[in-house]
Design a protein around this ligand. Sequence first.
Ligand SMILES: [Fe+2]
Ligand SMILES: [Fe+2]
Length: 204
Amino acid sequence: MHSREHVAFNKRALEAGYDMSELEAQVDRRLAIVRERHPIVNLAATMALEHFTAILAHQLLKNPKHLRGADRESGDLWRWHAIEEIEHKGVAYDTWLHATRGLSRWKRWKIKAKVMLFVTKNFVVDRSRGTLGLLRQDGITGFKAWRRMLWFTWINPGMLRKILGAWLAFFLPGFHPWKHDDRNLISKAESDYDAAVLPQPAAA
Ligand SMILES: [Fe+2]
Ligand SMILES: [Fe+2]
C-alpha cells in the first residue's frame, strides 16, 4: 500500500508536467552505493533514514503550518504518509538491535553515528538539489530559489530547524524511537478523516 502511494504520487507529479528523471536517477545512484557496503551498514542506513522520516512525520502532523496552502487531497496524502512512517518507526531499529547484539556498545554507536551523519549530509544535499530542480521547472531560479528554499526549510515553517532536537536524540545513549511515544498524533490525524479533529490550516 505504501509503495503504491509513493508510485502514485510520483506519477501525479509527472502528469502535472514535472520532469522527475534527475531526482529518480540520484536516488538510484545513492542506493547503488549503499548496496555495495556491508549488510550492517545497509541496515544502519535504513535505520537512519527511518529516524529521519519518523521525526519529519511527527513534525508534519504536530504542526499544520507545514501543509499550509496544500490542497485537501495532497494534504491528506501527506498526513496519511506521516501516520504510516510513525507506525513503523521502530522496526528498523529493533532489527538493528538484534543484528548487532554481538557488538560492543561503543562499536554500535560508532557505526550508527557515522552512518547517520553520512545519511544526513546526503539527505540535505540531495533534497536541496531536488527542490531547486523542481523550482527551476516552475521558473524560479538563482538567488530567489535559494532564499525561498532556505526560508521555508529553516525559518518559516522551518521543518529542519524544528526537527533538530529529535535528530540529535538519535546520538544519545539508550536511544530508541519509541522512547518518544507519539501515537497520539496518529489517532489525532486519523480521526481527522471522520471528524476533522486535526486543526486545518486556513485556505491560502
Ligand atoms: Fe514513505
Ligand atoms: Fe519508513
